[in-house]
Design a protein around this ligand. Structure first.
Ligand code: SF4
Length: 466
């Protein structure tokens, strides 16, 4: 376990968990989410049946992943799409750079995509002098602020309307008293210029459709359609796990994703891109590329007990259900994917040692598992991660010895009673400040243990009877 990343996590968590403004903003935004999703779930005649069906399709696809990917590739090629396989983030960046340079592109517009966050595309394009502009409003806001997405579905969830007003004031001199509508209009106006100037549009993919060779994108702002309609090049980048067998599966997945992501019956715009413009079509990009990204997914796929995590449709519901996420916020994770799903997959997509400490920041309450639309047993996978960390000796020796000593003493109440309450309180405050942070106080241990009190009472009652 990397001590520095664990330390950073603990410090960041300790700071943000006591930031009242942050708490207020998150509670407000999460409150809106929970109200919408709660009401939306009533639309299902049988929610659990939908979750089971969705999980079966995803599990079946995973079990046959190589075949479905080959089918997807074959159909894409027939549709005139160039398919590129990227083993690593660096490969994906190289492909994108080559395409953009070959077509002499100097600016791109991007729709929201966590996969492009994963490969740090904006940063890489900036290094070679290509402007990359986020067009999803939330993404646009965090990009302007020089930040990363705070949440996989709502990237600017941590910002209040006032925070955005201050940002727009600093960047554009816009009045601090602007309404949300005025600020949205300003962003729209600014982005229009970018769409028209961009040489390429880059999107992610919510689903890759094997039987059609199509790339599906679901959104609410129309920015993905705009990003692909104006520029002459469309590049879609997606993780290999995004494939599903058939176009027909969208009848379930599109509303299911919208419902769990935002509480909508279905997102406002749902598009399947099936290639560049044809000879008789006047509009649309003349070239379309799909980059299929591995970047650690094969490593996760090879792990029988964990690969079900590749069923994720990135709805974000598990983040919103997670008491840890709600307290420590998205940035504390320091990973592309945060919350329960990020905790499960990050050690396997990237460096195990670097991210495994996240699995210890979990109460195993199973709230995430309960809400997951594709029935990923997230809390069990987090537990599995912990077991691996223990079996691979990733915890420091002092912690291991401490746990062994605790196990020995706590497994017998008589042993626990050998230590007085004063010493117990001292030990707890030392361990508590190490494990729970300095700002949290452990409740005080009673002078007498329950066992002692019970024995005393039993003895008293016996004497009274006699
Ligand atoms: S793990 Fe489940 S709940 Fe979490 S983002 Fe993925 S699909 Fe949604």
């Amino acid at each position: 376990m990397s001590h520095s990343s664990k330390k950073l996590f603990k410090h960041a968590a300790e700071r943000i968990a006591f930031d009242e403004q942050h708490r207020k903003t998150i509670q407000f935004n999460m409150g809106k989410y929970h109200a919408a999703v709660g009401a939306g779930k009533l639309r299902y005649a049988n929610l659990d049946a939908a979750r089971i069906k969705a999980s079966e399709i995803k599990r079946h696809t995973l079990a046959n992943l190589p075949q479905y990917l080959e089918e997807f590739e074959k159909n894409c090629i027939q549709n005139g799409i160039t398919v590129l396989w990227a083993q690593t983030a660096a490969d994906a960046i190289q492909y994108i750079t080559n395409i953009l340079q070959e077509h002499k592109v100097t600016s791109v517009v991007k729709s929201k995509s966590m996969t492009t966050e994963e490969i740090e595309l904006n940063h890489e394009l900036e290094k070679i002098g290509i402007e990359s502009v986020e067009t999803d409003l939330g993404e646009y806001i965090v990009q302007l602020a020089g930040e990363k997405p705070y949440h996989i579905v709502t990237p600017a969830m941590h910002k209040s309307k006032q925070d955005v007003a201050v940002l727009f004031h600093q960047k554009f001199g816009f009045p601090l008293t602007s309404t949300a509508e005025e600020m949205t209009n300003l962003a729209r106006q600014k982005l229009r210029e970018k769409y028209l100037a961009a040489g390429a549009g880059i999107t992610g993919a919510n689903f890759l459709i094997a039987d059609k060779g199509g790339v599906c994108v679901t959104e609410n702002e129309g920015n993905a359609i705009m990003s692909t309609a104006f520029p002459d090049i469309h590049i879609a980048i997606a993780g290999i796990e995004k494939v599903i067998p058939s176009f027909k599966d969208l009848a379930l997945f599109w509303p299911h994703l919208a419902q769990h992501g935002t509480g909508q019956a279905i997102s406002s715009y749902n598009t399947m891109f099936t290639g560049p413009r044809k000879k008789n079509e006047p509009h649309g990009p003349s070239h379309m590329y799909v980059i299929l990204l591995d970047n650690g997914r094969s490593n996760l796929y090879a792990q029988e007990k964990l690969n079900v995590a590749l069923s994720c449709i990135r709805c974000g519901a598990c983040l919103n259900a997670c008491p840890i996420y709600k307290n420590v916020g998205g940035y504390t994770y320091n990973t592309t994917y945060q919350g329960p799903i990020g905790t499960v997959i990050s050690p396997h997509l990237g460096n195990f040692q670097e991210h495994i400490h996240l699995s210890t920041a979990c109460s195993l309450c199973a709230g995430c598992t309960e809400v997951c639309p594709v029935k990923i047993p997230l809390h069990e996978l987090i537990h599995e991660n912990r077991k691996r960390a223990v079996s691979q000796n990733f915890f420091p020796l002092t912690e291991q010895l401490g746990m062994k000593a605790f196990e020995y003493v706590a497994s017998k109440s008589k042993r626990m009673d050998l230590i007085g309450s004063t010493l117990k309180n001292i030990l707890l405050s030392i361990a508590g400040s190490r494990l729970w942070g300095k700002k949290r106080e452990f409740p005080k241990i009673a002078k007498q243990s329950f066992r002692k009190q019970y024995l005393k009472l039993a003895k008293k009652q016996k004497n009274t009877k006699q």
